[in-house]
Structures are given as C-alpha cells and as structure tokens.
Design a protein around this ligand. Sequence first.
Ligand code: SF4
Length: 380
Amino acid sequence: MKEEQTNTIDRAERPISPDYDPWDPIRSLRDYGRHVLTSVELTVTNLCNMRCEHCAVGDSLVLKEPEQLPLPLILKALDEVEHLQTISITGGEPTFRRQTVEEKIIPLLKYAKARGIRSQINSNLTLDYERYEKLLPYLDVMHISFNYTSERDFHEVGFARSGHPVKPEVAYKMYDTMVENTRRLSEAGMFISAESMINYRTHRKLPDIHRMIVEMGCQRHEVHPMYAADFAEGLPVLELSEMRAAIHSLLDERDPALWMLFGTLPFFACNGVEEDLQLLRRLWKEPNVTVRNDPDGRNRVNVNMFTGEVYVTDFAAIPAFGNVREGRLDEIFGLWVTEHPLNQKVNCHCDAAGCCGPNLLVADMYYPGTEFKTRKAATL
Ligand code: SF4
C-alpha cells in the first residue's frame, strides 16, 4: 500500500484530540515541507435567523438567495484536491433551510466520510433538534458560538444588527433551544466545540462563559479574538494587555478536563515582549490546551457554493482570487501561496515556536505595518 493511502487510513481513524487537530496548518506544513491545501471551507448559505453584533460575514447575509452551483461540480472540485484532510461547512446558518441540509450538507458529509476526511459545521444550533440530529452519523465537529452568560446577553448580542426590534421572549426561547440542543446532541455523542471570542463584552466574563460550556457537555472550548470584519468593524478593540489578562483569567479558572483550543491569537514569540512570551509558555505547558495556527490561506480556502469564487476566508474583507469553475483548487491555492501580495506579508514560519504567522485581519488590527517575515521567534 502506498504511503499516502496508509496515512489517509491512519488519519481517518485517529480521534480528534489535543494531540491531533487536522485543521492546524503547522501539521501539513511539517508533513509536506511547504503549505499545501488540506482544508476547504464551503459557504452553503447566506441566510441566517440571527444578526449578531460581531458577525464577520454580516454584510454578506441576505433574506433571499439564488440557486447554488450544481453539487457534482463542487464534489469534483473537492475530489481534485490531492491532500484534502478536512472540510468545513459554513454560512449564515447552514441548516436554515431543510432543503440545504438534505441536498447539500448531508451529501457533503457523506462524501467526507467515504473519503476518510474530517468535517465541521459552523452553526448557531437555535433551530429544531431534528435537523441537527440528522448530521450525527457523519459529522466530526459541530462548531457553535457561545459568548453568553445569560439569555439577556444572547438577546443583546444576537440581534443587534436585525434592523428591527426583536422581542426578548423570542430571543430567550431561541437561547433555551440552543442550550437544550447542545446538551442533547452532546449526550447523543456529537463533538461540540463552543467558540467564544475575546472582545469588549466578554473579556471579563470568560470563566463564567467557560463554566456554562462545560455544563452543556461540550467537548471543546475554543477561544479567539474578535475579528474586526464586517459588522464587527466599528466595535471597540481591546488592548493587547486586556486580552492577555482575559486569557490568564480563563486559564486560572478553567476546568482542566476540557480541551481548550486558542486560535488566531495576536501574541507571537517574535514580539520581544516578555508578557507575550510568558503567556505563550503558559499556553504550551497547560495540559489539554492547544494553540492552533490560523488555517485561512495557510492550508485552507473558502469556496462560495453560489458563485464558485475562492476566498482566503469566508469574511468578504479580502477579495476572491479564483473560481472553481475556471481552475483546480490546488492551482488556485498555489498561486495564492506563491504570488499573492497579501500572503507575502504574513507567510513566515518559526518551527521551534510552532508558529506559521499571524492571521491577516488580526495582524492588521494589532500590528499594522509590521514586517513579520523579517522577525524570528525567541526561545519558548
Ligand atoms: S512565524 Fe512569524 S509571527 Fe510566528 S514567531 Fe515567527 S516571525 Fe513571529
């Protein structure tokens, strides 16, 4: 059996855990000695029943949407990705229409399972249980956003951009459904990864948010800084010192039995800032804590299932740089890696620090004008 086939079988059977996160681009970078496309994110809808204050795809959300490209075309595009290891399905709320669940999501998940690759869906879990239950046999990771300590937070945050008032009772009911769905699906064996963002609202409440995530039975708590994109563009930006303090407070009070995954952090071993090094060392040492490098543009692209356009991320902040109707994803990705000026700004790599550069949006937010490629990590 060829080595590539053996690896595929190993990977398909290996449980996702702090020791094995197939979305982290440092893995494929180490395996292949260069960035290769191992992950494809698919935007299956721009419809959503919420309008969150911080939504990074908010400007793309619509009330009615056109026909999608035929699914066989998308499956062919995935089939051509030689080293594909993961897919992520995103929106809007991917399950907003039952038809999307039946005709797009389930076939995509079945494809992933048959090929031995891992799958994730980004959902708000506020709709009826049955549409999520259908995904149980196929899905590897159900990713939800959880930034609340009560239904009041949910009402305030989740409908801030509705354009019309949403009654508290309506929001509270959706909140209860989300919590109940999370509990039931977790009990039924679904791996639910709840993501909290660190922003001006949450940074002092993260330990309380964490406790609720533990109580709901989630398998992982993800923490990322808020991306200042789309709806979030005008929101107050936290100081780096506040973000550091928020992470320390969370590490102080977290349940050590729950896997915590930090991603797109704005702290780098090349900063020359002692507080950053202390934090990174702590994150490295803590059991059940991982720091994921940013997949966007490193080992992943986003494909819009309506237009076929290929983006570095589902956020519309960076324009498309190809289309699956006109080229193979591996080739489009290859051109991004080698030629795109935006990628040239951040495609650094310090292997000893386990780092392959900052997220573009986070770099713009906290390090405008910094030449990361001329920097080198300090010893961690
Ligand atoms: S890879 Fe880039 S961002 Fe990371 S430590 Fe090295 S120079 Fe800094």
